[in-house]
Design a protein. Sequence first.
Length: 133
Amino acid sequence: ATLDNLRVTVPPSADEVDLVVRPNLVPDEHAFLLQAGADELIAAKAIVGWYPSIQRISVTLEGTFTDAAGRSTVLPGVSLTLSSATVQAWSSGAVAAPDADTALCYADTYAINPTIWDSLSTSDRGCLTTPMR
């Protein structure tokens, strides 16, 4: 997990937490997915249970993407969302808790930047069949 360039937002309703991280170094696209999964699991453990008003946790990993003209732009690379109900199901043992490699499979929603998705091998995608849910 990384806290590089971490930004945390809690809206006035205080029922959700949005975390945005821009890692300084991610070696490849699969590592990007693993990093997002690890960050989401750590956020879930740190927030749900301690802050009962939180109903949703969202984690976004940003990356620097370069277009054909050589212009670089910081964009979301991977985003995923967990509801507190999903996290509580893991905590209670009602469903198996994921690890960093399967966290996106268990997320309520996720979105993977098409550039990252297209670069992933079938084995790196694992249980993911589409770039978003």
